[in-house]
Design a protein around this ligand. Structure first.
Ligand SMILES: Nc1ncnc2c1ncn2[C@@H]1O[C@H](COP(=O)(O)OP(=O)(O)O)[C@@H](O)[C@H]1O
Ligand SMILES: [Mg+2]
Length: 533
């Protein structure tokens, strides 16, 4: 305790400084959730108020069991890099291990002082203080300070003050850990949700990994939540209807009806009556009033398949429904309003239809808000094995079988050009599963041609070997057999017994084959001999 009034004032001043720095630091640590920034400014405050030359926070890293400088004031970059101590090593390591503060009144006298950071110290008047930062009684960091010795230095006060600051830092670290944990939890939750969303919006019944199909998935994902009209283009059997359903069932309208209309199937009047309904007596045979599909699809989705086939007069009516969302039943004058999402599909060249004036351009633009092009199966062969497996599993189950596919058969499937696309593949697998007797489907088990009139394309798509195996094997053998029999008969002058012996078969077998191949033996001596036998 200072005895002089001067000393007393100094002490008061010191106290004031200490309180101020405590207050400022606690404010700093409490005011921001940016932990790193608040520790930095706390160390800076500490240094400037208390004549501390250098101060650092060594944080325990469990992986290496070292206390490493994470935050520092008054250190150069290189010095900070070197600042790491093992448990029990140097002053920092000792404080870290024991959890008790250490004060070196004068580092010069201290063999324990390692000064790894290599700063040239004015050794004669520098003190070193290190206090532990604890969470749940475990040392998680060490706060150190190097202070110039002055005549009124009180190590006790310095240690007390630094210990209080260490407590504040400890609390801030707990808070930061919680925030960090929460952030990580949220990140995790977010990634789980995103994954879920992705798998949810990836229609599970649409098989494919090709870029072409991926693109389709992406569009489905984007248009499903909206009410936008979608126009599906692509060859028959590419999955247009499948996609239309996927869009509906992933849309907010999923709980409402999905109504399909094949526009190519009916003549004009019937089609219009199907679409818009009719009143009783609207036309011959309209004995009852009937709701049209637009009415049935209210609040849901209508799928207009083969839209390219409708007549100009039906196109005009359709255009009105799209534009005004209202229509009248055939033979009726009451206007009906509906809220229906439209998805149309076509395999025909609408653009050519416009040029040829069989398709209205305005209707085209109304329908073509979001076009989706379904790639032909032959343009995405990488999907074939997946589809084959998919349908094989399905039809095995349906028909109580457990057939496998040979490598050759798969090769054939991949090489085939699938004019009927996925529908053809689906049918082919079902027929094959039904027809195959063994346990493995081989090329020869595949029924061909699957689509009538497509034989040429099929042959073109077959690998050479498969063509041989599938088409030619039997006939090649027959051709060979026939020509060898003829040859033998010629050589033996038509004597069946000799010819049979030469061929290694019985006379009876030879006789049967002569009949089978309709071998006509020329009328001469030799034949007669044959005939007499
Ligand atoms: N990517 C696919 N994954 C699984 N099945 C498909 C796929 N594409 C089409 N199909 C199936 O092929 C058949 C024909 O599909 P569909 O949607 O009717 O074609 P489109 O309307 O283009 O003629 C349907 O049985 C459908 O389930
Ligand atoms: Mg279809």
């Amino acid at each position: 305790m200072p005895k002089t009034p001067n000393g007393f004032i100094k002490q008061l001043n010191n106290r004031k400084k200490q309180l101020t720095v405590l207050y400022e630091i606690s404010k700093q640590l409490a005011s921001t959730i940016d932990f790193s920034a608040s520790i930095h400014s706390s160390l800076k405050l500490l240094a400037t108020y208390l004549d501390i030359q250098r101060t650092a926070l060594f944080v325990f890293e469990p992986a290496t069991k070292e206390f490493v400088i994470h935050y520092a004031y008054g250190f150069t970059h290189e010095e900070r890099q070197k600042g790491r101590y093992k448990l029990g090593e140097g002053i920092t390591g000792k404080v870290g291990k024991s959890g008790v503060p250490i004060v070196l009144p004068d580092v010069q006298d201290e063999p324990m002082f390692m000064n790894k950071t290599g700063k040239e110290l004015k050794k004669d008047n520098l003190s070193y203080i290190a206090v532990p930062v604890k969470i749940d009684r475990k040392v998680v960091a060490v706060l150190s300070a190097q202070k110039l010795l002055t005549e009124d230095s009180s190590f006790e006060e310095d240690v007390n003050l630094l210990s209080m600051i260490a407590t504040l830092i400890g609390q801030a670290m707990i808070l930061n850990q919680r925030i960090e944990k929460q952030r990580q939890d949220m990140e995790h939750e977010k990634s789980v949700l995103i994954k879920e969303l992705k798998s949810k919006y990836r229609p599970e019944n649409i098989i494919g990994i090709s870029p072409g199909i991926e693109e389709v998935f992406e569009i489905i994902d984007r248009v499903s939540p909206t009410k936008a009209t979608v126009l599906l283009r692509g060859e028959s059997g590419t999955g247009k209807e499948l996609v239309a359903r996927a869009i509906h069932f992933h849309s907010p309208r999923a709980g409402k009806p999905f109504v399909k209309m094949n526009c190519a199937a009916l003549p004009d009047t019937l089609l219009e009556s199907e679409l818009f309904g009719h009143e009783k007596g609207a036309f011959t045979g309209a004995f009852e009033a009937k709701k049209g599909r637009f009415e049935l699809a209210n609040e849901g989705t209508i799928f207009l398949d083969e839209i390219g086939e409708i007549s100009l007069s039906t196109q005009a009516k359709l255009l009105r429904v799209i534009q005004e969302k209202r229509f009248e039943r055939l033979g009726g004058n009451k206007t009906i309003e509906v809220d229906v999402r439209i998805i149309a599909a076509t395999n025909s060249d609408l653009e050519k239809g416009i040029k040829d004036r069989v398709f209205r351009e305005d209707l085209y633009y109304r329908l073509n808000v979001v076009p989706i092009f379904m790639p032909a199966l032959r343009e995405r062969k990488e999907d074939v094995p997946l589809l084959v497996e998919h349908f094989l599993t399905r039809f095995n189950k349906e028909h109580g079988k457990s057939l496998k596919l040979s490598g050759h058969a798969m090769e054939f499937m991949i090489n085939y050009n699938w004019p009927g696309n996925v529908r053809e593949l689906e049918n082919m697998i079902e027929r094959t599963v039904i027809m195959t007797k063994g346990s493995v489907i081989d090329v020869t088990d595949i029924p061909l041609p699957v689509v009538s009139g497509e034989t040429e394309k099929i042959t073109a798509a077959l690998p050479q070997q498969a063509i041989f195996e599938h088409y030619k094997l039997d006939s090649v053998i027959e051709d060979m057999e026939k020509s060898r029999i003829i040859d033998a008969l010629k050589k033996t002058g038509g004597v069946k017994a000799k010819a049979a012996r030469m061929l290694g078969i019985t006379q009876r077998q030879l006789g049967y084959k002569i009949l089978k191949y309709r071998i006509e033996i020329e009328v001469d001596a030799a034949v007669r001999t044959v005939d007499r036998e």
